[in-house]
Design a binder for this molecule. Structure first.
Ligand code: FE2
Ligand code: FE2
Length: 376
């Protein structure tokens, strides 16, 4: 647990090598002088801005779908989609309300569209992804490519692409989870937003063009040129995803920390779907109990199927279908499928592509107590 790190004598702020100046009246006067010139003494803030190990402001949290759904449905009659832009209830981590993050620098929300409703087109610097929770008739147009998606399908809207969404069903809501890197883009002061000059795009004649072109998983078009930083495949159907993970489970037990886990990839590079965010689908076999580990990078989980619980920094979170929970960077976590007969499937998205491209990945196994945390 984190306590073992805090009590590590090598991480003592009074140790030689850390800032350990004792303040006095003379120094206080000096600090005031520095402040008046727009400066400061590093040793007064050094230990805080350079902690021994990551100090996320985010806390582990779980949002139950049985709590969220009525609130989301209420919004469908309270505000018009055309006024809200996007009718979304966002997930506010208690420690990150200042930047509207679900965890770390990742934003997430639950969006609802009424039958027959459509939203206007826009684009922004932030990249977005969707994980469909319920309803038939969901569609999205990304740079002119109309994509039709259903429950547990995964779709991406990379930064800078024009996009708009709608629900073509007559009698059901569409509810999906959004995931965006908005807090990151804002932290970098790099965000632009634009409303489409015609308000709506004119889609191409063929629906799901990107899936028909790039979605086979085993073959690639002989003539293909793609040099953008994101995947040319915009939609990842659930049936294909589930089958791939189940097939892998027939030949592999997977990893001891995640069970059988696969990454949604850019089929051209084999890398993450977008430069700032990656996504996985993992299967926890019936009764599977993972061992704890922790690593840099923040993760938002969505229960695609099944039920179980996770222990995050010593706290137990019970989950079932469409519950969403978050694991902050460097938090110990382990997952348990509590059902002895059925597998559980967890969708997740993360900031790993950034962590990895900046060479900041650090991982540690929980090696005591058989790899399992005590519940505090
Ligand atoms: Fe958007
Ligand atoms: Fe993990």
């Amino acid at each position: 647990m984190t306590d073992t790190v805090i009590s590590d004598p090598s991480m003592d702020d009074s140790a030689l090598g850390r800032a350990r100046v004792t303040d006095n009246a003379e120094l206080a006067a000096y600090y005031e002088k520095l402040e008046s010139f727009g400066t400061g003494a590093l040793w007064t803030v050094a230990n805080e801005i350079e902690p021994w190990y990551p100090q996320p402001k985010s806390i582990p949290m779980l949002w139950r779908y049985e709590d969220m759904r009525p609130l989301v449905v209420e919004s469908a009659s309270l505000v018009k989609g055309s006024d809200a832009g996007r009718r979304v209830v966002y997930l506010a981590n208690e420690g990150r309300r200042d930047v509207a993050a679900a965890v770390g620098l990742l934003y997430s929300g639950i969006q609802i569209m009424n039958p027959g409703e459509s939203m206007t087109a826009h684009r922004h610097s932030a990249s977005a992804l969707r994980f469909v929770m319920e309803g038939s008739g969901a569609w999205t147009i990304v740079n002119g490519d109309r994509l039709e998606v259903g429950p547990n399908d995964f779709a991406i809207t990379p930064g800078g692409t024009w996009h708009e969404h709608g629900n073509s069903a007559d009698d059901n809501f569409v509810i999906w989870q959004d995931g965006l890197d908005i807090p990151l883009i804002n932290a970098l002061d790099a965000g632009f937003y634009e409303v489409h000059p015609d308000l709506y795009q004119v889609p191409g004649k063929v629906v799901n063009t990107s899936i028909l072109t790039h979605g086979s998983g085993v073959l690639k078009p002989a003539k293909r040129s793609w040099n953008k930083a994101y995947s040319p495949l915009l939609g990842y159907p659930w049936e294909q995803t589930r089958e791939a993970v189940v097939n892998l489970s027939k030949v592999s037990e997977g990893t001891e920390h995640d069970g059988v886990i696969m990454e949604y990839v850019n089929p051209v590079t084999g890398g993450s779907v977008m430069p700032t965010m990656g996504a996985h689908m993992q299967m926890l076999a019936p009764g599977f109990t993972s061992k704890s580990h922790r690593h840099t990078g923040s993760v938002v989980y969505h229960v695609a199927e099944g039920s179980g619980h996770s222990i995050i920094n010593g706290k137990r979170f019970d989950w079932k279908e469409h519950d969403i929970f978050v694991v902050p960077s460097w938090a110990w976590h382990e997952h348990h499928n509590d059902n002895q007969d059925k597998p559980a499937f967890l969708f997740s998205f993360n900031d790993f592509p950034m962590i990895n491209s900046l060479a900041l990945h650090v991982e540690e196994e929980f090696d005591s107590n058989g790899g399992h945390q005590d519940i505090g």
